[in-house]
Design a protein around this ligand. Structure first.
Ligand code: BV8
Ligand code: ZN
Length: 250
């Protein structure tokens, strides 16, 4: 990734008043969390249909919980990497700089990740598009708790009503929460700079926000190890590790 590109990105960031960032599994890769589509990716060991769809859960809740217990353990030992920390620092600098409390936030992260590492790094304005691995929901009474042990019994049952518990994440074929969709769209409409970091940009509707930003003619900066569909519409694509590039952008 060239130095001029870094300078151009820094200039765009310096000018922006409302930055929205879409992140994917790539920002957590340097924290030791497996991505989905890389060689040793998560989906290699399991088929999406079996472990990340409602029918997969109906067919074999034990298999699904072994998969999510494995990811809870990985997320529990993971710590934020320099990429997460740079994003949290950028937000805090913007919050300091923001004089009047304007309607739209100066900085917002839309994350596809469920590991909670952005929040752990200190990011305050984080919208979890696909839920959280730390939240567990009852399929019967809808109770929602985050105080279960890292490894849940397989399969776990609700101690209030005895129904099966499930991870509070959005599986394929499930709709994202209406409120989440509305907030993500509002943020994208109010942005004057859109960053896309560590995502293969194939999963919808998350991948639609950078394109919505590009249609509004605002600059889109992509940071990734490889080109993605977003690269076609990005103002700048910085190729490299987010943990290396993001600290340079501060
Ligand atoms: C919906 C939560 C409608 C769970 C996830 C056909 C059949 C069925 C469905 C569909 C279909 N066609 C389209 C769909 C819709 C489907 C979809 O988009 N499918 C894709 C596969 C085509 N979408 C849905 O089903 C969504 N819901 O459409 O509902 C509806 C409407 C009304 C009523 C009912 C239904 C729900 C999608 C959410 C699925 N849940 N996660 C969990 O995590 O366990 S998706 C999951 O995969 C992640 O959340 C994330 O979104 C996605 C993974 O993508 P990435 O994060 O991008 O990760 P990936 O590994 O792919 O890429 C990593 C990138 O980082 C790479 O580019 C790599 O180069 C880069 N990288 C790696 N290391 C680094 C790096 N970059 C920088 N630095 C590094 N160090
Ligand atoms: Zn219950």
């Amino acid at each position: 990734m060239s130095e001029p590109a870094i300078f151009k990105a820094k200039a765009l960031i310096a000018k922006a008043q409302h930055i929205v960032v879409l992140t994917g599994a790539g920002v957590s890769a340097e924290s030791g969390i497996k991505t989905f589509r890389a060689a040793e990716g998560l989906w290699e060991e399991h088929s999406i249909e079996d472990v990340a769809t409602p029918q997969g859960f109906r067919n074999d809740p034990q298999l699904v919980w072994r998969f999510y217990n494995e990811r809870r353990r990985a997320a529990d030992i993971a710590t934020p990497n320099p990429g997460h920390i740079a994003l949290a620092r950028l937000e805090s600098l913007r919050l300091l700089r923001q004089k009047i409390k304007s309607s739209s936030a100066p900085f917002m992260i839309l994350t596809q990740n469920i590991d909670g590492l952005h929040q752990q790094a200190g990011s305050q304005n984080v919208l979890e598009l696909h839920g959280s691995i730390w939240l567990v929901r009852c399929t019967g009474c809808e109770s929602l708790r985050d105080d279960y042990p890292i490894q849940l019994p397989v399969p776990p049952r609700c101690d209030e009503c005895g129904s099966l518990l499930r991870p509070h994440v959005v599986w394929f074929g499930e709709a994202l929460e209406e409120a989440v969709l509305a907030q993500a769209e509002k943020a994208t409409r109010g942005a004057d700079l859109f960053l896309v970091i560590g995502t293969s940009a194939v999963v919808q509707p998350a991948a639609s926000y950078p394109f919505m930003a590009a249609r509004r003619k605002i600059p889109v900066i992509e940071i990734n190890l490889e080109k993605t569909p977003v690269s076609e519409i990005a103002t700048l694509t910085l190729l490299g590790k987010s943990g290396d590039i993001l600290p340079k952008l501060l």
